[in-house]
Write a protein that binds this ligand. Structure first.
Ligand code: ADP
Ligand code: LRH
Length: 481
């Protein structure tokens, strides 16, 4: 039986990687060709992605990956580059943690009220949704000169192939898509003066996205033609596609990395007022599915602390955190107050003090506070999602880099009172690879993709320990202030 090779470019907020997946009808292997840091830069204008360094990393990775049957690209959501009439990039893409969107939402809601916006787009409120970024940029010279807007994976695809498109799962994070029709919300855009003509035509996972340009072939040493295939270009869409749930399982998922994205895969969006109040989002997944989930600050909290502490060794720190008494103090890991970079240990200490809890001091204590808080937020999101969507689950799948953190996985099982199946760690890359393989006819439908993952990927199972009373008490310390 044929085995094909696919390059998955997966750009996370903390690192970018080019992975090579080898897929046969009953086999799936993944190796890392190249990993490179993703280091945003604070310029006089604000926080910017170093898009040229990322593109350089992609080219280096493709060179190392060697000859492949196809290439797919996914990255973090919502951000974009603007192109002028010549197709040239206008400035460095703005980072979603940049402060330019502060206070913008209120202005948007004066035109389209928040409840109406939710009913039309199903998207959570987050200051960085593309809609608010575009509203913030409204008067800018850059936007005035722009002819095209390309989301980050679409921008890199354009640089690799010369062809422009807008991939649907990632487009669903702009807040300009109607999750019921899976098409643009034209009325919302026009009322806000957002020109949907900036966006290239919609593409769906599996659609062809062009061929590597001759210059790219030359630079990477690959022999053409090498097609680029549209994948679930939102990293979370690719990661959810790679949840190794076996048929019939009633599951919730948590994609853990810089963020924790915790929720359910549904057939239809939940657009109720209760869902809006709980700030759940309805993003689009593979094959018209809905990713009904909540954004939780995730391991960003720990990443920022590590940076403040001069990057100590993680394994030793996690071992020490495991020995700290549990649930001494917790913070609300869903609180957007933790969005911006900087001073993270102090901000966590402040949040504990303000809620009348002991203040964690050592790195081990602060790390334990973060992991307890994430587990608590995971539990809360999964519990609320089940209620709001009327969709009970029996098991929680954790995928992404956080599966390498056994303490976090165990605490999540404990807090949820449910078994956790952890893995794969490189879920986004695997989802990316499998959509390419499906387009190439190597694997079948979504269920077949998941069964292949469950058969081939190493997974870790965590059973819940103790009862959930201590977790409920900790939650009460946060919600009854
Ligand atoms: P992103 O895609 O958002 O850049 P990843 O899915 O790569 O994030 O996950 C990165 C996170 O995974 C890190 O912040 C770290 O907390 C965790 N992680 C990575 N490797 C390990 C490890 N060996 N032990 C514990 N945690 C790890
Ligand atoms: C995770 C992610 C998440 C978005 C955020 C901006 O990488 O794509 O799904 O909400 O970045």
């Amino acid at each position: 039986a044929p085995v094909k090779s696919y390059a998955a470019v997966d750009l996370g907020a903390s690192s970018g990687r080019v992975m090579v997946g080898r897929v046969g009808p009953d086999s799936l292997g993944l190796t890392e060709a190249h990993r490179f840091p993703n280091q945003p830069v604070r310029t006089p204008e604000g926080l910017r992605w170093d898009i040229l360094a990322l593109y350089g990393g992609v080219l280096d990775g493709l060179r190392t990956a060697g000859q492949v049957d196809s290439v797919g690209i996914d990255s973090w959501a919502v951000d974009y580059g603007l192109l002028d009439a010549d197709g040239a990039l206008l400035g460095n893409p703005v980072h979603y943690r940049d402060t330019r969107t502060e206070g913008v939402a209120e202005k948007v809601w004066a035109t389209v009220p928040a409840d109406e916006l939710y009913a039309r787009t199903g998207l959570q409120y987050a200051p960085f949704n593309t809609l608010y970024q575009l509203a913030a940029a409204r008067e800018s010279a850059q936007l005035a000169h722009a002819e095209r807007l390309l989301l980050i994976p679409d921008l890199l695809t354009y640089w690799l192939t010369g062809e422009a498109g807008t991939e649907l799962t990632n487009a669903s994070t702009t807040q300009l898509i109607d999750p019921r029709t899976r098409d643009w919300a034209h009325d919302v855009a026009s009322r806000l003066g957002i020109d949907l003509g900036l966006f290239a035509p919609l593409r769906r996972p599996g659609d062809p996205a062009g061929l590597l340009r001759p210059e790219v072939l030359e630079e990477t040493g690959l022999t053409g033609p090498v097609p680029v295939t549209t994948v679930g270009s939102h990293d979370t869409a690719s990661a959810v596609a790679a949840v190794p749930a076996t048929g019939g399982e009633r599951f919730a998922y948590i994609c853990t990395g810089t963020w924790s994205l915790a929720g359910l895969e549904l057939d239809a969006p939940v657009l109720t007022e209760a869902s809006r109040a709980a700030n759940f989002t309805n993003e689009l997944g593979l094959d018209g599915t809905v990713r009904y989930l909540r954004n939780i600050m995730g391991l960003w909290l720990l990443q920022e602390c590590l940076r403040a502490w001069g990057d100590p060794e993680l394994t030793a720190l996690l071992r020490a955190a495991a020995d700290v008494p549990p649930l001494r103090s917790v913070v609300d890991a869903g609180d957007a107050a933790f969005l911006a970079p900087g001073r993270m240990p102090a901000r966590i200490a402040d949040a504990c003090r303000d809620s009348g809890q002991p203040v964690p001091e050592s790195p081990a204590e602060i790390t334990r506070c973060i992991l307890d808080s994430l587990a608590l937020a995971h539990h809360r999101a999964i519990t609320e999602a089940q209620g709001l969507a009327d969709h009970p689950v029996d098991v929680v799948h954790i995928v992404g880099g956080g599966t390498r953190n056994a303490l976090l996985c165990q605490l999540t099982a404990d807090a949820c009172g449910l078994p956790v199946v952890a893995g794969p760690a490189e879920a986004a890359a695997l989802g990316n690879v499998l959509v390419q393989a499906r387009a190439g006819g190597i694997v079948g439908d979504r269920t077949a993709m998941r069964q292949l993952l469950a058969r081939t990927q190493p997974l870790e199972r965590y059973e819940p320990r103790g009862d959930t009373a201590a977790w409920r008490a900790a939650q009460a310390r946060l919600t009854t202030r």
